[in-house]
Design a protein around this ligand. Sequence first.
Ligand code: PAF
Length: 283
Amino acid sequence: MSAIDPLRQQVAQWRQQGERIALVPTMGNLHAGHLALVEQARQLAPKVIASLFVNPTQFGPHEDFSAYPRTLAADQAKLATAGCDLLFAPSLTSVYPQGAEHTTRVEVPGLSDILCGACRPGHFAGVAQVVCKLFNMVQPDIAVFGEKDRQQLLVIQRMVADLNMPITVVGSPTVREADGLAMSSRNAYLDTEQRRLAPQLYHTLCTVKAKLISGEPDYPAMEHTAVQQLAAMGFRPDYVRIVRAQDYADPTPSDTALVIVAAAWLGRARLIDNIAITMPLRG
Ligand code: PAF
């Protein structure tokens, strides 16, 4: 389904029948990570809608919007097998009838400007804009997002809270390949040698986690070492940081819920990953 009116009619009919509705927003090129989101959505609501829209406003001018893999027929088949009730795949003109440049923007201050937001200016404003629009088109009770994009998840949770949207935003655990690499549509950009190296991003985060758990106190030194190790292996790291889970600010000694976050390039693939940890209480 690609038009908004029939989508609304279907949603209204389900609502009349007393059904709750979960939305899984995607940009397509679906892999097992997306299907795990659908599976989680199915556990949370009897009706599951997946949206598929490659959103231009979240790509920078020199990023991979045109190259982003578009695989609608294969995605449709995977969603049907996964038990998704409806695929909503709107066109560019139905999402941005006035053109993206002339469409109302949604800014989530602070969180959108750090880490991936600092590396990709405007990215999270584009994500917030399109997710806000998708939420208004579909009007789901629940929306499920992958924890691999944890900063995105936080931005959306903040947007929903700030704008009083009656939607529960749920994070779903990262799905990994057998060697630890977080599943991502952009992994398709890796050549054989880069693919062999790629899991080292996750393994580097695991090393930082082990140091944190063992009580190493110097977070900046750990971050610096991790960046250097990744660079020595052939990555072009954007950052490795230890942040607190609720707002991605620098942790204070009393913060126990932390996340180790990283972004690094391998060839033309920008890989991101994170590990959440609960620190033993100090003192
Ligand atoms: O995570 C994604 O695939 C996209 O950022 C999203 C949430 C579908 C918005 O375009």
